[in-house]
Design a protein around this ligand. Structure first.
Ligand SMILES: Cc1cc2nc3c(=O)[nH]c(=O)nc-3n(C[C@H](O)[C@H](O)[C@H](O)COP(=O)(O)OP(=O)(O)OC[C@H]3O[C@@H](n4cnc5c(N)ncnc54)[C@H](O)[C@@H]3O)c2cc1C
Length: 541
């Protein structure tokens, strides 16, 4: 392959190993924008602001994407179901964003056919009408318009569906992503444009001067580290996702809660146990839509949508949540009924939605809104992974106005994200990786997670040690969990929950991060315990 060197995105390495320096940098100047929260919302804003030339600082109480942004369904939606709710604006925006992501991060927006089985010819006609409206509104390319399968074709294409139950299917392309890596790619791009990023740094207090918020007190949350500092900024953005109201109350302790959190869980199965060929959407036992998505050697099913009271990193998963997904799957697939014994991993997350009194969880709008607090802090609530870029642009316009500047949009849709600089097709990328000795499964996984950067990264071999070293030197990982869950995604999408990767990854990370042997063991134990808790949960059900 010609000029491999060019494919590695330069200048976007995120190395956070020097904690003293990170905290010294936080306190060293007055920034134009301080962003609290490094989920997709905060990272998208940081990238946009930094591209506009604003001195930008992004902090997170945990890792990048430690909150909802690693716990979604990992779909870049056209937003079809919002049409039924009359939310035309969201649909149009989502469709545009889908196309943009395709350009700037092709490996994080892989096309996959969505199959909606229909119960009757009338239902097919109804869906087609929705699809036509969607395609017209969203200016969907001819090659990506929907097609209809009759029952015979559906049976051939998806033999796993119970026979005789469906009149056919409406089929259209949607995109699959990896949420935590998309978030990380935005953080790295922000760094490439000069932003300062510090993780495991929580905003505990806002500094108020003459009624205006002018900064925040930041404390390290990394075990064994006790740095504290003050960061000063001319504008402050609250992008704390499910913790939005907690941060709003740092500015105004009487601020009324705006969020209504809803929990969603996903179950992961081995592909061999549920060999679906496409992404399938169907109605769950209560009529909501759920789906099954193939990802390499695994298939995941999601999601639930139930109210949840308080923000948490690992929201509790209940027996009802799991039964709901299993029962819904068992009523459509012609396989030996799925049970908890088949589940290889699972995750839960919280949607930070704007409260809509009297509405059920799935009826609550996914709209986003900016709330400006009495001290001028801009809190951005609601939204979706899919539309992060346009949300960020609107928010940074407001920051520029607050700074007394004329908003000048950044060309975020033109510059590729790290790993997105493809000079070859995705299939060619996989083939190239196979030529290094990677198996087909490894090559597909590497291409999907690392994009064009995989060519340099895995040229001399692949595996947890290589990935973990890159996670520290280029991707800002500071704990083994950062690597295991959000960089490598092995915790959910690897045999045995990726436990085999922990030792080799921890060894490399210990050397790079200066861990003692005791600390290395503690890091491994923390991950093992998480896995144990999940397995215990599945065993007791
Ligand atoms: C089950 C589920 C499925 C979904 N599926 C999809 C999908 O398929 N497609 C799609 O487009 N969208 C989907 N979404 C929605 C999407 O995932 C969210 O809208 C998005 O991830 C929210 O990102 P965020 O950055 O606003 O919040 P988060 O990712 O939660 O980020 C907030 C960050 O703020 C940090 N923080 C909190 N308090 C502080 C503090 N005091 N100081 C510093 N940092 C702080 C947290 O550590 C966290 O990292 C789904 C959501 C859920 C729950």
């Amino acid at each position: 392959m010609a000029n491999k060197e060019k494919l590695m995105t330069r200048g976007t390495a995120l190395n956070l190993t020097d904690r003293q320096q990170s905290f010294a940098d936080l306190g060293a100047e007055t920034f134009d924008v301080l962003i609290i929260g490094a989920g997709i919302t905060g990272c998208g804003i940081a990238r946009d602001a930094a591209m506009r030339g604003l001195r930008t600082v992004l902090i997170d109480a945990g890792d990048i994407a430690a909150g909802t942004s690693s716990r979604s369904s990992k779909l870049i939606h056209g937003g079809l179901r919002y049409l039924a709710q009359g939310q035309v604006g969201i649909v149009r925006e989502a469709a545009i964003e889908r196309r943009t992501l395709r350009r700037i991060a092709p490996h994080l927006s892989l096309t996959n056919s969505m199959v909606i089985p229909t119960s009757s010819k009338k239902a097919t006609t109804g869906f087609r009408a929705v699809m036509w409206t969607f395609e017209k509104l969203s200016k969907v390319d001819k090659s990506e318009r929907h097609v209809v399968w009759d029952s015979k074709q559906l049976q051939t294409e998806e033999p796993l569906l119970i026979k005789g139950k469906h009149a056919g299917a409406v089929v259209y392309p949607e995109y699959l992503t990896d949420d935590s890596r998309l978030t990380l790619a935005n953080a790295r791009s922000a760094v490439g444009h000069g932003a300062l990023v510090v993780t495991y740094a929580a905003a505990r207090k806002l500094i108020m001067e003459d009624g205006a918020a002018t900064g925040a007190e930041i404390c390290s949350t990394l075990p064994g580290h006790n740095q504290q500092t003050m960061v000063r900024a001319k504008t402050i953005v609250n992008a704390a996702g499910p913790w939005l109201d907690v941060v709003r109350q740092l500015e105004d302790q009487n601020a009324k809660k705006k969020l209504q959190l809803t929990k969603g869980i996903h179950l992961v199965f081995p592909y061999k146990r549920l060999p679906v060929q496409h992404t399938i959407i169907w109605n769950a036992i209560d009529g909501r839509s759920i789906f099954a998505v193939r990802r390499g050697e695994f298939v995941y099913i999601g999601t639930t949508d139930t109210f949840y009271a308080e923000p948490e990193y690992r929201p509790e998963i209940t027996r009802e949540d799991i039964d709901y997904l299993l029962d819904s799957a068992n009523q459509i697939f012609d396989v030996e009924p799925l049970t908890t014994k088949d589940v290889v991993s699972l995750w839960s997350g919280l949607r930070p939605l704007l409260g809509d009194e009297g509405k059920s969880p799935s009826e609550i709008s996914r709209r986003n809104e900016v709330l400006t607090g009495p001290g001028g802090v801009k809190a951005i609530a609601g939204g979706k992974l899919t539309s992060y870029r346009s949300m960020a642009s609107r928010l940074v316009d407001l920051c520029e106005k607050q700074l007394g500047r004329k908003p000048c949009p950044a060309p975020t849709e033109k510059e590729t994200l790290p790993g997105g600089g493809f000079e070859i097709s995705f299939a060619e990328l996989i083939a190239e990786l196979e030529s290094f000795g990677l198996s087909q499964v490894e090559a597909e996984r590497a291409a999907r997670l690392y994009g064009s950067e995989a060519l340099e990264l895995f040229a001399k071999g692949c595996g947890p040690a290589v990935e973990a070293a890159f996670a520290v030197t280029h991707e800002g990982a500071l704990t083994l969990e950062d690597y295991w869950i959000r960089r490598s995604t092995r915790a959910c999408f690897d045999d045995n929950g990726g436990l085999d990767a922990l030792e080799p990854a921890a060894e490399v990370m210990a050397a790079l991060l200066g861990w003692t042997d005791e600390e290395r063991k503690r890091q491994i134990e923390t991950c093992r315990q998480q896995r144990e808790q999940d397995l215990e949960l599945l065993k007791t059900l």
